[in-house]
Design a protein around this ligand. Structure first.
Ligand code: C2E
Ligand code: MG
Ligand code: MG
Length: 583
């Protein structure tokens, strides 16, 4: 260092304690300290004990008494002195301020380091002072980097309320995967059951407390045998070793959780959980684990009550089948792979065909796929709505062609409309638009709807049925007698037709006085009394036909007459028009 520079520095640091006398710590020792410091701080496995020892060694060499670091998130907090203060060194004698460094990081955070000496400490030389300053700068750059890392870590791995988040979970899975410890662990994804209702009952703030306490319960049980994190809302992920399995699962199955300090007010919390017990010794990766717990959770959530579902490979097959149907549906619809079959409805006295039900078939790769395979899948999204309108267009087109040919056989065709349509406020208009576009008389179309499960749906159902009735389109309640049918359904909704499900139709071996027969009789009587037309589905035998006649049911639909027929086969049937030749 040139002499004038030295003088400049000396001016800058004009400290009565710094002299040009011989250094307290010689250059060589100072250089070794610096090297050790850099090595200690920058090694990937930083050891705090080593670091503190080194700092103490340096402090002893320079006769320092006290070292203080202060950390503030920003300047405003620094002004208010709201930050963290660390003191790695203090012998109680440091009264004279020797050195003070303050840096403001790019993030706005402020770091201050101050070093004190005692009154009887030996006077340092300028070299001592410079070396010490350099060492302090090294330490500060390290502290600010570690701090920044901690801040970043907090942002990345924790949410705004301090819960570990999904990245935290994935990091843990990755760590277990890398160290070959994933096999044998139990991974769980869970949603709290009906938490929206709990929130409504006790208020959001108390709801948050419940979540916090429930989370802590599981966290405590898991301890250091895994981890739990929050995906958001009332959704969580955890992984743990088998020794805490029973305890964790019993919490998930349902426990009372308090939400006040006196632990007096409690609610019962349970979860819909998907569990994957990772086979011991398996070489599975974290993505597969995630996929499996999500699949099992999907199954758990479909059950009405909160449930714990263990993953098995068949679930994956089901899910892949569902995905494949959903992916192929659009193309299938565009390529005309969906065919409309018609099943005759027959007057039980005259044996004449009086109508038909349109039922869909998917002709895929030369195979006829039955509705049971694809309708429930399409009902998981609104795909089913597009299919129903496709069927409506096909039916209206066929009726139009028939009318244009001057064919007098004006049969009413019924179509199935999924419950998924009920929330669509434009449903009625949409149906009328299609029917009118083909100039099909409204009375030739009948819309079949099944019962609903909730009050909201019930209101929608009533609105839709009333609207259709006003527009002159008939409505039928489908599958009556199974599922959620209630008497309210026929009291409150102005249906035209009641379709009694085949499960309700007595079997051949049932005696006339059996419960099934008696119930069937009463339901028919009730519907009749309410002015509803009755169609009985699933008539397979002559004896069943007799039962219909005896009970005054007018219309039958079933394999006894015909299965659902492709369009051209149905036309052939119409030529003959009745089934008298069967007798
Ligand atoms: P659904 O509306 O109750 O239709 C009657 C079902 O009973 C038809 O099954 C029919 O083939 C069957 N069936 C009729 N007579 C008999 C019989 O004597 N014995 C037996 N064992 N079964 C009989 P399919 O065609 O397989 O349709 C099943 C369900 O799929 C339908 O039940 C309906 O809910 C739904 N579906 C079919 N096509 C459509 C559609 O285009 N849209 C909507 N939303 N659903 C549809
Ligand atoms: Mg039907
Ligand atoms: Mg039915």
């Amino acid at each position: 260092m040139a002499e004038n520079q030295l003088n400049e520095m000396f001016e800058k640091y004009r400290d009565p304690r710094i002299t040009e006398k011989e250094s307290v710590v010689d250059e060589a020792t100072a250089a070794v300290f610096l090297r050790r410091l850099v090595k200690c701080l920058h090694s990937s496995n930083f050891d705090r004990v080593d670091y503190v020892e080194l700092v103490q060694e340096i402090s002893r060499a320079y006769h320092l008494s006290k070292g203080v670091s202060e950390f503030y998130q920003n300047i405003a907090l620094e002004r208010r002195k709201e930050g963290e203060v660390f003191c790695d060194l203090d012998d109680g004698k440091g009264t004279i301020l020797l050195l003070k460094n303050r840096i403001v990081a790019n993030s706005g955070a402020v770091l201050i380091t101050t070093v004190y000496v005692s009154e009887d400490a030996p006077v340092l030389s300028l070299n001592d002072y410079n070396n010490l300053d350099l060492m302090m700068n090294v330490i500060m750059s390290f502290i600010s980097r570690r701090r920044l890392q901690r801040v970043v870590e907090q942002y990345i791995f924790f949410d705004e309320n301090g819960y570990p988040n999904v990245r935290y979970y994935l990091r843990e899975l990755f760590r277990l995967e890398e160290s070959g410890q994933l096999g044998g662990m139990i991974a769980v994804n869970f949603d709290l059951h009906n938490f929206a209702v709990i929130n409504m009952d006790i208020g959001r703030d108390n709801g948050d407390l419940v979540i916090q306490n429930y989370f802590s319960m599981i966290e405590e049980v898991i301890g250091n045998r895994g981890c739990i994190c929050k995906l958001g809302g009332d959704k969580f992920l955890c992984i743990f070793s088998p020794d805490v399995k029973n305890e964790v699962l019993s919490i998930l199955a349902g426990v009372p959780v308090a939400y006040d300090e006196n632990i007096e007010r409690k609610v019962k919390v349970s979860a819909a959980a998907g569990v994957y017990e990772i086979p011991e010794g398996s070489v599975i990766n974290k993505d597969d684990v995630m996929e499996r717990i999500m699949i099992a959770t999907g199954v758990a959530k479909k059950q009405d009550e909160g449930a714990i579902v263990f993953y098995d490979d068949r679930m994956k097959e089901t899910r892949e089948r569902i995905k494949s149907i959903q992916q192929r549906f659009r193309d299938g619809l565009a390529n005309g792979e969906f065919a409309v079959y018609l099943q005759p409805k027959v007057d039980v006295d005259t044996l004449e065909i009086v109508g038909a039900e349109a039922l869909c078939r998917w002709i895929s790769d030369g195979r006829i796929v039955m509705p049971d395979e694809f309708i429930p899948v399409l009902e998981q999204t609104t795909d089913i709505c597009d299919l129903d309108f496709y069927v409506l267009e096909k039916v209206c087109g066929a009726i139009r062609r028939n009318l244009d040919m001057g064919n007098p056989d004006n049969l009413r065709i019924s179509l199935n409309f999924s419950r998924k349509h009920l929330t669509n406020p434009d449903l009625l208009e949409h149906i009328l638009r299609v029917v009118d576009q083909y100039k099909v008389p409204h009375e030739m179309i009948e819309v079949e709807l099944t019962e609903t499960t909730t009050d909201v749906q019930f209101r929608d159902l009533k609105r839709v049925v009333t609207g259709l009735k006003e527009a002159g389109i008939r409505t039928a309640v489908d599958d009556f007698g199974i599922g959620f049918s209630s008497l309210n359904l026929i009291r409150e909704v102005p249906w035209d037709v009641l379709k009694i499900d085949r499960y309700f139709l007595p079997k051949d071996d049932e005696s006339e006085n059996s419960r099934a027969c008696r119930m069937f009789r009463h339901v028919v009587e009730l519907a009749d009394d309410m002015g509803l037309e009755i169609v009985v589905e699933g008539v397979e035998t002559l004896k069943q036909l007799e039962i219909l006649r005896e009970n005054g049911c007018k219309i039958a639909q079933g394999f006894f007459f015909d299965r659902p027929l492709p369009g051209e086969k149905f036309e052939e049937r119409l030529v003959q028009r009745n089934y008298k030749d069967r007798f």
